[in-house]
Design a protein around this ligand. Sequence first.
Ligand SMILES: [Cu+2]
Length: 451
Amino acid sequence: MINRRQMLSAGAATMVAAGAAAQTRFRDLPEAASTDSPMTQVPPRPSVGVDYNPVVTLNGWSLPFRMNGNVKEFHLVAEPVERIMATGMIARLWGYNGQSTGPTIEAVEGERVRIYVTNRLPEHTSVHWHGLILPSGMDGVGGLSHPAIPPGKTYVYEFDLTKSGTFMYHPHADEMVQMAMGMMGLFIVHPRDPAFMPVDRDFAFLLAAYDIDPGTYIPRVAEMTDFNMWTWNSRIFPDIDPLAVSKGDRVRVRCGNLTMTNHPIHMHGYDFQVTCTDGGWVPESARWPEVSIDIPVGAMRAYEFDAVHEGDWAIHCHKSHHTMNAMGHDLPTFIGTDKRKLTGMIRERQPGYMPMGTAGMADMGMMSMELPDNTVPMMTGWGPYGPLEMGGMFSVVKVRAGLAADDYSDPGWYQNPPGTQAWEWTGELPDHASNDSPETRLTPRPTRDNG
Ligand SMILES: [Cu+2]
């Protein structure tokens, strides 16, 4: 393997072939691909190396690679980036290759990878390959595994991918600041046997939380708990792309959590099973059905389902303040109050003032309030029938018949077949039962009158 002196000199000079098994042709750095687009970029199937069905990173992309002999080479660049979190909101973050979150690294079980990491940050960094089994010196804990990568330098990580699965990467140097600034990415290792756990669509995203005050651009990096931007791949609803699925597809959704709290991800319309964690594949006998899957801090979960139910199905974090965008939490509750007198007094000074929150907070989703620069409404997003009153960690799984295999574009809103949508009742209402007693009551068995 690489010794420390080689590691330190790898930035300026080219790497000497590391390890007996590695064959190299190129002696220069692989090109560092970059993108300034926050849109989902569906990766092409690999044209060299072992074939696999690429992962689709929501509002993200996969890092191009080159085969250097039998080694798959990548070039990650840690650098300041601008991320459009949603229309009207830019975050000045740190990321990789032009974006936060960073590009997804995809490779195949059994391959050797060589990952060049160039540090264009103003401070040192490192890359920890979360969940991967590798030599201690490649583990990326600055100061423990190797010296942290100084600004301007390039280090090389090289290891064999001993198992397939769902992993991620992030710095392990000034970790609190660098992750609060958006430094993270997915690392997917496909099985060498294409017949093992095949799926038709394979989606992936990382949960990341930021604290960006309205009107500002840079996250408050010392925040511990009170975040206001709950993102998937550093995007917030309504600008998280939908998950377009063709009816009948076998679908996998992979999700990793690099925030400071857990996120119960709930998907409507289906039950599903967790098939993979960052520890490996879950044996079939150990899986159980779920409709919400809690993603613990610093963990990954992948679940699978057969897309047999057509429709538009919400997928979201079930902590309801995580499906909100920037909001003040110090709001008094006005539900049930009569603000008419107060409204009159305020309107004397500010004509057109509208009281809000007296019937709930849904009116905030209906109104277009004047906002400071560079922020987004707390709840937003419109569906075909009105405001969704959602932000943050929310998207829609859109299952449609007959989508082409490589078509991930938004198919628009689902047209519910006649007779399959809730409707307004305008007839006479039957009596409704009511109960003001706190005591447990046994419900009588239904009486049958059909003989
Ligand atoms: Cu959440």
